[in-house]
Design a protein around this ligand. Structure first.
Ligand code: DX5
Ligand code: ZN
Length: 226
């Protein structure tokens, strides 16, 4: 399944959803205008938190046949989980540039694609943009982190906007079916304009959406989209 259409996509991160009512939270946020679901997978090693794994992905796929499931792997060994997430119904598999040897990034991307998923490459705020620029070709998504990953509800790190501009320049302007630039962490209606202006066209938000009462979430989605 290709990325949903649209100039700016809003990707609710289910990390801030009510885990006891996950199915309901997910179908509601999609009905409220969310374009896809962002699943934050954490292993307690690459980041200091434990969250969700392939079983949740499989459950969401079963419950929401048409949802685009965007899996963000914050783990030290993403290669271990490629086929597992493909079988669990993931549509996109994003791994971090910090955990893969530069010479192995292309091969891992090809494995993700061969497994039938879109491929994303992520970069953390302290990592220099030069680490990612030589590898952008062939990826469907470049993810510029705007917090140090691990938890939702952290403050936005504005200095990553410059990095985003350089990534966007390296892959060219947004075109139908072309690669997308995603930003993740601390995004709210207050900074979404700057994020979009820097060349980002997939905005992840957890607390800004799920931190609001259900009835207000559609309004936040449209504010984020601009
Ligand atoms: C951060 C995760 C994010 C997080 C975003 O480690 O990758 O996806 O859930 O949460 P907010 O939008 O609350 O910063
Ligand atoms: Zn994420």
């Amino acid at each position: 399944m290709p990325f949903p259409h649209g100039k700016t996509l809003i990707a609710p991160s289910i990390l801030s959803a009510d885990f006891a009512r996950m199915g309901e939270e997910c179908s509601h946020i999609l009905a409220a205008g969310g374009d896809l679901l962002h699943l934050d997978v954490m292993d307690g090693h690459f980041v200091p938190n434990l969250t969700m794994g392939p079983d949740l992905c499989r459950g969401l796929r079963r419950a929401l046949a048409n949802a685009y499931l965007d899996v963000h792997l914050m783990v030290t060994d993403p290669g271990q989980y490629v086929e597992t997430f493909a079988k669990a119904g993931a549509n996109n598999f994003t791994f971090h540039v910090e955990v893969v040897e530069p010479g192995a990034i292309g091969a891992l991307r090809d494995r993700v694609k061969a497994a039938g998923m879109d491929a994303g490459l992520a970069i953390n705020p302290p990592t220099p943009v030069e680490r990612i620029l030589p590898h952008v070709a062939g990826f469907d998504l470049l993810l510029v982190m705007s917090v140090n990953p691990g938890f939702s509800g952290q403050a936005f790190i504005g200095s990553v906007l410059e990095k985003t501009r350089l990534v966007r320049r390296a892959i060219g302007p947004l075109s139908p079916g072309g690669p997308r630039v995603q930003m993740d962490g601390g995004i709210s209606p207050l900074n979404a304009g700057q994020v979009r202006e820097a060349g980002c066209d997939v905005l992840v938000a957890a607390s800004a959406l799920f931190g609001k009462p259900a009835g207000e979430r559609a309004g936040v989605v449209s504010q984020l989209r601009g």
